[in-house]
Design a binder for this molecule. Sequence first.
Ligand code: TXA
Ligand code: MG
Length: 541
Amino acid sequence: MQILKSDGKGIEAAVEELKKGNVVAIPTETVYGLAANALDGEAVKKIFLAKGRPQDNPLIIHISQTEDLKKYAIPNEIAYKLAEKFWPGPLTMILPKLDCIPTEVSAGLDTVAVRMPNHPVARELIKKSGVPLAAPSANISGKPSPTSAEHVIDDFSENPYVSAVIDGGKCQCGVESTVLSLCGEEPCLLRPGFITADMLKEVIPNLKIAEAVLKELPNNEKALSPGLKHKHYAPSARTVCIKGLCENAAEYVKNDGKDKKTVICFAGEEEKFPRCKIIPYGRSNDFEELAENLFDALRKADKIENEKIYVRIPEINDELVNGILLAVYNRLLRAASFTVIDCDKAVNGLVLGITGQSGAGKGTVCKVLENKGFIHIDTDKIWHEIIDFSAPALEEIFGKITDENGKVDRKILGEKAFSSEENLKMLNSVAHKAIMAKVSEIMDENRSRGLFNFAIDGAALFEAGAKDICDFIITVTADRKSRLERVKIRDGIDDLRAEMRFAGQKSEDFYTENADFTILNDDLTALPQKIQHILAKISKK
Ligand code: TXA
Ligand code: MG
């Protein structure tokens, strides 16, 4: 990939490439675009190959003068009004298309997205090449959009489908253009951008905002804009948005039991998240600044080795929805797969670890807590659900433990693992890491839905490190005979196997000594009251 300057010579060289049917990354005022001749289906195909873009996601064509609009689309009066007010600039309009636009561009739709960028280099390029340029954001599909030539180079330097990038410095807006459909009964905002709903409403007071802008689409719902349904802007590590007061956000992050954390925070909060990598992206009340730096911050975070990335997100309300904050919010929601945690509430939530020996009745205690509104997370069940993903790591330790279908044979694994303390330790080292990652994911999904109380149950809570994320540990005890009977019935095993399992476990003392509270499970009917008693004590603490 050539790196070209944004001077006359650079533009000349880029035009040559475009004329040859090649792909060139170009600066625009929003983000960098991966451009090709929009009238040449073969050239456009290279864009899809370069990005790994799903075939059903159409491209925007870029023109340099409003007169060209009618050459490629069927504009109505509103389109011209909007063009007059907002072009050149970060507004894309969806209109019925003319036949000269190849299906590669429109991804088979009978509409086309058109925009006239405001960046001098982009406009010069379009003019000089004499054709409209199809250009999506110049990032690998699913990754944050590029706002500098370095970002483009990071993604495409070795990519055979991209011939060159013109280095035009940092993009001014930082988020992609506003996408507006003029094809329905009423104009509809499909993607918020720098041209805000408030600004558009001055020309089109009947503007609608597509539901998918702020909500996750159910899988079966047809997206108005295909781009809305694909995963977007996401770093590789799990990413969550965190809102609320800074001290509560800090508390939530601190208690989250992860080792490698990165916080994309507001300017001024840099000192508040100890033992985290910090990337400030702007002042909490300067939404333009946040928009400008957002993708750069996500990309910086992605270069760090992370277990989890936390992004501070401003509060949004009915008024702010019509401003530039909507664009920031929309991108962050997608980067975090719609996980937003209200830390002001999360810090008041209660995370209980329920532990004890096999058969003591942890599950029963959790049932009672469930009836009191707690979310029950059963770590043993989780392990059963995710065990097959850990098969390669387990086979490295124990040799062959999978059946003919590649699934872990639980019996064989159990026999090998419980045969010695050393083996059990090795099994646990693999299992605990996988379990805790999943637990944290489940908790965040629930918190994102407004549920903040959890009862996490598992024999191995301490070893797995769950106590780091629990506010209190409750140990459940029961006499050996009842435990043995329960395990035999529950797991369908004989005396010998049940005894073997007990032999590999920690003593009752271990569990009680490490707990904040102990419940003796000797009378089912008394259990709810015993639990209520503990909850009352906790609320006084
Ligand atoms: O600011 C921008 O718009 C940048 C720069 C390079 O111009 N381009 C950009 O393109 O962001 P891209 O492909 O990353 O996003 C285009 C969005 C996608 O969500 C796509 O689904 C939608 O516009 N789109 C394109 N054509 C459409 C159509 N005919 N109907 C509905 N949505 C369309
Ligand atoms: Mg894009």
